[in-house]
Design a protein. Structure first.
Length: 150
């Protein structure tokens, strides 16, 4: 009887420890860039890429429910290293990001498009997308807003 209790207790403790493992494998672009090396392998902060968006927020104004709207955010790499966007993660499934997949050379431009499906939504909406890149800091948040009417 004591052996059974000991085995059950051991399994419970093992399960708790396994569920609380903070070093588990992470997936997604937000975890791929943990250092800020440029595409050329330079680690000097003066040689890092710098992402400079023309705007960080866009308001669609009033939109009719069911419309699919999109906005393109343009940026320039004002740094000295190649800019790599590893992932763009939207705040919900109704917003789909599209972005420049190739490295952006210094002084070159790229874009991030956010496509928002207003189906089954109503009222004031604020959606965001995080852009993960090899810059410092490595995330930039883009925001879209609208008022959805029927």
């Amino acid at each position: 009887m004591k052996a059974n209790i000991l085995i059950i207790l051991s399994l419970v403790v093992l399960s708790l420890v396994a569920c609380n493992n903070k070093n588990s494998k992470k997936t997604g672009g937000e975890y791929n860039i943990i250092n800020t090396e440029s595409a050329d392998g330079n680690t000097n902060s003066n040689l890092l890429p710098i992402i400079k968006f023309d705007e960080l927020e866009f308001n669609f104004g009033t939109v009719i429910q069911g419309e699919v709207v999109s906005h393109t955010f343009y940026f320039t790499n004002t740094g000295k290293g190649n800019l790599i966007i590893s992932n763009v993660k939207a705040s919900c499934g109704c917003t789909v990001p599209k972005w420049s997949k190739e490295p952006i050379k210094p002084n070159a431009e790229g874009s991030v498009e956010l496509v928002f499906d207003t189906a089954n939504r109503e009222g004031k909406q604020i959606k965001s997308a995080k852009v993960y890149s090899n810059t410092e800091p490595n995330t930039t948040e883009l925001i879209i807003r609208c008022e959805i009417i029927k």
